[in-house]
Write a protein that binds this ligand. Structure first.
Ligand SMILES: Cc1cc2nc3c(=O)[nH]c(=O)nc-3n(C[C@H](O)[C@H](O)[C@H](O)COP(=O)(O)OP(=O)(O)OC[C@H]3O[C@@H](n4cnc5c(N)ncnc54)[C@H](O)[C@@H]3O)c2cc1C
Length: 392
């Protein structure tokens, strides 16, 4: 693969970089940030800034008003956005909207696109994706899905409970994964103001970077017309792969930007702060941490770029995105943790952005498939390959 970026992409990268530095980073201490993410007011303000600069929802299709970025282009732009905890919100490329935009661009009907996707791409609404359930429902193992959708005339009646649903509070619509009568999983689109769609409570989760936080959502005889099925009935798990493989890669991209920020903060401190007669970075113990950070980030960037290249060729990229997810979430975590260490007390205080990045990024080893589950599926493929070889 060719690592040279086109002039057009380099120009867009420079534009996003200066937007994040000049317009987004000054808002990082804005008091309109809560334990459940930036308030709607702050989000709308950030989105308006990006809209004015022509930087909103760039990954969406041109038909819907985006720039239809390739996966490689997303790798470059989303990393830039991730440099500030508020960047992905401003550019309207944060989870879960980013993945929902991608899925709906691929799967939704024209009528569904006009009704739900267009306002989402325009940054006028937010959405959520409801799959995970409390025990004994779906978690790491999606086949344990217990939410049901039962046919009633031209409608489906949905019952069940979901949790950890990012952005549920304040979302205009949801994509719900439910089990239909034939036992298969189906995705349903629904406005959240329909009777029977209930946000029970907000969960206290470690991160605070997603507007709408993470909610516990209950469906109590939620009536959804059959016309609001997303894609085809019974194809829910297949569509989950359409959504999840690229979506987990975009998490890698955004968190790499965050890791770069943490590292830059650590480098700045290590080159000015002194201890025991020299600058911190001149102590081998600190210098080696900075060197390890750069090697971890290079490995991550290469894994992301490789997977993006595979996806751009039109391949499913499931193996590559599993590998990239595990490599990235673990190396990014090491970079951020080392940066905290280099920053000393500041690294664990709200005085420095790295403390927030540390708390925001930890979940990434769990969501979009815990790393152990990705390792399990990689191991299965390796074994199957070698079993075939030994038979041959
Ligand atoms: C911040 C955050 C945001 C989220 N947002 C959403 C959202 O918007 N929508 C949504 O539907 N869900 C969301 N989730 C849920 C997330 O997808 C699940 O937490 C994840 O799939 C794991 O499911 P679980 O929590 O039920 O863990 P469990 O399934 O209970 O697993 C617990 C742990 O067991 C281990 N484990 C499980 N299976 C295996 C195995 N086969 N081998 C080895 N170890 C294993 C793993 O370490 C795993 O972390 C979010 C989660 C978080 C933390």
């Amino acid at each position: 693969m060719n690592f040279e970026l086109s002039d057009e992409l380099k120009a867009l990268q420079a534009k996003v970089r200066s937007f994040i530095r000049d317009e987004v980073m000054p808002l990082e201490s804005d008091p309109r940030q809560t334990p459940h993410g930036p308030t709607e007011e702050l989000r709308n303000e950030l989105v308006a800034l990006a809209r004015k600069k022509g930087l909103l929802t760039l990954h969406a299709s041109r038909e819907m008003g985006g720039a239809e970025l390739s996966h490689v282009a997303k790798a470059v732009i989303f990393e830039e956005a991730g440099y500030s905890p508020l960047g992905p919100t401003a550019l309207n490329i944060h989870a879960p909207d980013e993945g929902n935009v991608h899925l709906m661009d691929v799967v939704a009907s024209e009528a569904q696109k006009e009704r739900w996707l267009r306002p989402l791409v325009e940054g006028k609404t937010r959405s959520c994706f409801a799959m995970t359930e409390p025990s004994p429902g779906a978690g790491s193992d999606p086949s344990m899905l217990s939410t049901t959708a039962v046919r009633d005339g031209d409608d489906y009646i949905i019952n069940g409970k979901k949790w950890f649903i990012t952005g549920a509070e304040g979302a205009a619509f949801a994509i719900i994964m439910a089990r239909t009568d034939d036992g298969n999983a189906t995705m349903f689109l629904t406005d959240t103001d329909r009777p029977g769609f209930i946000v029970d409570r907000m969960m206290d989760v470690m991160d605070s970077c997603f507007t709408g936080g993470h909610g516990v959502v209950r469906f109590e005889n939620l009536r959804v017309p059959a016309t609001d099925i997303l894609g085809e009935i019974g194809k829910g798990f297949r569509y989950a792969q359409v959504r999840l493989a690229p979506a987990r890669l975009t998490h890698c991209m955004r968190w790499l930007g965050a890791a770069q920020r943490a590292h830059d903060e650590a480098c700045r401190y290590a080159s000015t702060r002194e201890s025991f007669g020299k600058r911190l970075g001149e102590h081998q113990g600190v210098g080696f941490m900075l060197a390890d950070n750069e090697m971890d980030m290079l490995t991550t960037r290469l894994a992301i770029m490789h997977c993006a290249w595979v996806l751009d060729k039109g391949e499913r990229g499931n193996t590559e995105s599993s590998m990239a997810k595990v490599i990235s979430s673990e190396s990014i975590w090491r970079v951020i943790d080392r940066s905290v260490q280099v920053l000393g007390g500041q690294g664990v205080s709200g005085e420095n952005v790295v403390e927030k990045i540390f708390k925001d990024a930890r979940g990434f080893r769990i969501y979009d498939g815990p790393n152990e589950v990705h390792r399990m599926s990689l191991a299965r493929k390796i074994l199957a390959r070698n079993t075939d070889k030994s038979k041959g």
